[in-house]
Design a protein around this ligand. Structure first.
Ligand code: TZP
Ligand code: MG
Length: 210
């Protein structure tokens, strides 16, 4: 299984962009394109539905050594061998998520400013999301924070930091130039006509040495 510190491109299988019957095909395309980490995000599904889907997806992701992270529902990790859980500012605390999972898992947390990023580190997160950097229809109620604090968050937080929000292959270079080493991309990947090719293009920008 890939180490979190080796992950640079984080893809989210968000059920507002893909139907449930497309998820396995899309997961395979993300993996084929070199996505390092995959999250299952299904804001309108029950925890039982997410459990079934996570189990199906996990057989694909685990065969490829790609960690699978479930958004919000830490109890899923108690029943399905997913590698982690992702929580937002208004969700379970990191400790509560770990307690619900009942085993050693990765726990990531969404942060929307420097103070939240520092707090997530103190709280014991394994990685953070930082954004939305740009305005995004995937999270429409959130004010974009821009790129100004990307450098600072990398100075203050030693955890893997995934910049997120409105990041596409055509603005990824700017986000990297602003100090980002890792990104999460949702709609850019899921709406690409060729998902694997899009992911591969992003990986080239994120891993210039490869
Ligand atoms: N958290 C902050 S922005 C965001 C989340 C889940 C959505 C990012 O989606 P997209 O489509 O890559 O802008
Ligand atoms: Mg949440």
């Amino acid at each position: 299984m890939r180490n979190l510190t080796d992950c640079r491109l984080y893809g989210i299988l968000d059920l507002s962009y893909v139907t449930e019957d497309q998820t396995e095909r899309v997961a395979s395309a993300l993996i084929e394109g070199g996505v390092d980490l995959i999250q299952l995000r299904a804001k309108n599904s029950s925890s039982a539905e997410i459990m079934d889907l996570a189990a199906k997806l996990h057989s694909i992701t685990s065969a490829a050594g790609v960690p699978l992270i479930v958004n919000d529902y830490a109890e899923v990790a108690a029943r399905v061998a997913v590698e982690g859980v992702h929580v937002g500012q208004d969700d379970d605390s990191i400790a509560k998520a770990r307690e619900k999972a009942g085993r050693k898992i990765i726990v990531g947390k969404s942060t929307h400013n420097l103070d939240q990023a520092r707090a997530a580190q103190r709280e014991g997160a394994d990685y953070i999301g930082f954004g939305p950097i740009f305005a995004t229809p995937t999270k429409p109620d959130y004010q974009p924070i821009g790129m100004a604090d990307i450098k600072r968050v990398h100075e203050d937080v030693i955890l893997p930091i995934f910049c997120i929000g409105g990041i596409k292959i055509n603005n990824l270079g700017e986000v990297i130039a602003a100090g980002s080493k890792r990104v999460t991309i949702v709609s850019g990947l899921l709406k690409a006509p060729d998902i694997a090719k899009y992911a591969r293009g992003c990986k080239v920008l994120l891993n210039p040495e490869v």
